[in-house]
Design a protein around this ligand. Sequence first.
Ligand code: MN
Length: 261
Amino acid sequence: MKLLITNDDGVFAPGIITLASFLAERGEDVTVVAPDRERSSVGHAITLTRPLRLWTMPAGPYSPKCTVFACDGTPSDSVMLGLEEVIPEPDLVLSGINRGPNLGDDLTYSGTVSAAMEALILGRPSLAFSLNCRETDEAQHYETAAAVAAALLGFLRGSPLPEGVLLNVNVPNLPFPMLKGIKVTRKGVRLYEGKVTRLKDPAGRSYFWVSGRPEDKLEEGSDVWAVAGGFVSVTPIHMDMTHFPSLETLAGNGAEKINLK
Ligand code: MN
């Protein structure tokens, strides 16, 4: 398969190097177009106020079978440039493997998932991969997530995605043999406790860190529940954010009869 691979951790991040190299070594035709630096949590941002640069890179830490480009934009810029300028007709666009999970309500912050959304908007099927690790974890099992990606690609060959649907895949940070299996899930609920921390700089002025501890609702069938149980979570995502039941109730309650004169 012809694959375009991007991420939001930057072109030198271990997750994308592992994913691209693993798939290239298994015979896939891999082209990487990724941000030249970390762009985590930029969401779906694109760059409109300055020019963008795109350049080829030596394979370096990648398998020599990979073709690698860097760009000085966001993950969504990378997908746009990749599809317009580098590899117009890939069979699939992959984003990741992200360092850290993309579960529940974090999807809209995620540069990783947004890059997959951009591919979808541009008419290409896509998958986002994230490893449920923390920066402080001693072992980060990107090779597990890469093996999951290879298995899913094999599955999708016989059972392609419907148009307009991407898969958001979250992989537990475990050695491959310790995975319990795969669960097809819905987006769950992940809220944060202590999202903003106020601190003081040496001059006594306040500054702020946005972070927080995740508080998951482990509802059966959700992405957070699957990963917490040692399963790979595969969530089908589409881009229509319309809340269809409200179409009728809003109109029925008179929203269209509000007097604007
Ligand atoms: Mn990231």
